[in-house]
Design a protein around this ligand. Structure first.
Ligand code: GLC
Length: 452
């Protein structure tokens, strides 16, 4: 039995391995897709213009911000004090019921407006208080200005009807009016990656990339206006604009049979291929498919119990993968307790080692792909990496998955050598909400300048 068990991860390792050469190829393909996306040519990278540039750090005023993009919706108020300082942050979190995520779009936006009302009432604020609002909406949006944008497609399990193709700011405004919140002016719409970048850039001018590796994954970066060929009305203008890459949809990646199985079972086959290999929504499922295969091939002797406990797709949550990989107890007794609680009793220490190494193989690939994509974005801005760059990052996988951030750093070193030391990756905790307020401030300032 033993040699067979040891062989399995080796074969798996090979299937999931990312060599330096492969990472370099990813970067090259990424650059090609970025260029095509900027010219509106067919590309798996949408490269969506956001109509906003980085803040100066001197933006001021009180703002309200909304953050929608996962299973929780957050409402925030805060005050920008200038010089990169933020004060008086208040946050309220609302769990979005599944039936709202998958029901009628109008109901989803009414849910948002009602949550804002609850927040304002709890804060004893007047409901008709005049205030600018920044709306972080973490899905692909085709923007026409900083405060309008149509939903291109839902991702991450959202399905609310009648929203794709619609201006989400229009839908929000309608709902706010219906709830009597007439003083709120929706001045900015932003992706969570953009919010994350803005929140860090408010106090750090070297920040030019924003990344999320959580339920979903994506990034944005600052691009020179002259390179955004698809915005013809900007021709000849100098300056910068943040581009939402929507990198989760990048599809030039080597897929294993497990990736293909996973993709075929989703409601968006062929889409979000990178996201399906990297993000928290799918990491557990890749691991489940790998382990189920080992179980079926009798390499995992507790396999029948495993197959029974995890027969349903998506039943092995990414959090479990994190718990499994973080277990350093002798004989992996913590994992044993977890498996027991999930219905897989009587596993041996060797089997648990096999499970842990299989999970590690899946998450190491995720970190390698993330690092390659980050290197591609930085070298798009600065091919020789001659300047210092700060990547603001947020998301549960990056923050909580054991060893994930270290694996990204190592892979960056492998790809870029010493130049990797010019790239700083900084956790921008809950940046997406704060960033939305900063974008609202940038937009409000621009409104005040007729030439802007
Ligand atoms: C999904 C969304 C994208 C978002 C990312 C992280 O990939 O399409 O807009 O930024 O998740 O939340």
């Amino acid at each position: 039995m033993m040699p067979k068990k040891i062989m399995a991860p080796a074969a798996l390792l090979k299937e999931f391995a990312l060599t330096k050469r492969e990472m370099r190829r990813i970067i090259k393909d990424f650059h090609g897709e970025m260029e095509r996306g900027l010219c509106e040519k067919p590309s798996s990278l949408k490269m969506l213009p956001t109509y906003v540039d980085r803040p100066t750090g001197n933006e001021r005023g009180a703002y309200i911000a909304l953050d929608l993009g996962g299973t929780n919706f957050r409402v925030l108020t805060l005050e920008l004090k200038g010089k990169g300082r933020i004060a008086g942050l208040k946050v309220m979190k609302f769990a979005i019921p599944k039936k709202i995520m998958t029901g009628e779009g109008k109901e989803l936006f009414l849910f948002l407006a009602r949550s804002i009302k609850k927040f304002l009432l709890a804060d004893r604020a007047r409901l008709d208080k005049a205030i600018d609002l920044g709306f972080t909406f973490s899905f692909p949006i085709k923007q026409r200005s900083v405060a309008s944008g149509d939903l291109v497609v839902w991702t991450k399990g959202f399905e609310a009807k009648g929203v794709v193709g619609m201006d989400v700011v229009g839908l929000l405004k309608e709902a706010l009016m219906r709830e009597g919140l007439s003083g709120i002016r929706v001045s900015a719409l932003a992706n969570d990656t953009v919010g994350t970048l803005m929140a860090r850039a408010y106090s750090d001018p070297s920040c030019d990339v924003g990344v999320i590796i959580g339920t979903g994954t994506n990034a944005c970066y600052t691009e020179s206006l002259e390179k955004i060929k698809k915005l013809q009305d900007l021709a000849g203008r100098s300056g910068h604009m943040i581009i939402n890459i929507e990198w989760g949809n990048f599809n030039k990646l080597k897929a294993t049979r497990y990736d293909r199985l996973l993709d075929e079972a989703t409601d968006n086959p062929g889409c979000q291929i990178l996201e399906k290999m990297v993000s928290g929504m799918y990491l557990g499922e890749v691991a489940r498919l790998v382990l189920a295969d080992l179980a079926k091939r009798s390499i995992l002797p507790c396999g029948s119990k495993f197959l029974a406990a995890f027969r349903k797709p998506m039943s092995l949550k990414s959090e479990y993968v994190s718990m499994i990989e973080s277990d350093r107890s002798s004989g992996l007794s913590k994992m044993d307790a977890l498996l027991n609680s999930l219905g897989v009793s009587g596993s041996s220490a060797e089997e648990r080692m096999l499970i842990k190494s299989a999970c590690g193989i899946v998450s190491t690939r995720a970190a390698g792909i993330s690092a390659s994509a980050m290197a591609a974005v930085v070298t798009k801005i600065d091919p020789a990496v001659s300047k210092k760059h700060t990547i603001a990052i947020d998301g549960s996988v990056y923050e909580k998955h054991p060893g994930f951030s270290a694996k990204i750093k190592n892979a960056l070193k492998e790809i870029l050598g010493r130049k990797a030391s010019r790239i700083r990756i900084v956790l921008s905790k809950d940046g997406s909400g704060k960033g939305a307020a900063i974008i609202a401030a940038v937009a409000a300032q621009k409104r005040g300048r007729p030439d802007a």
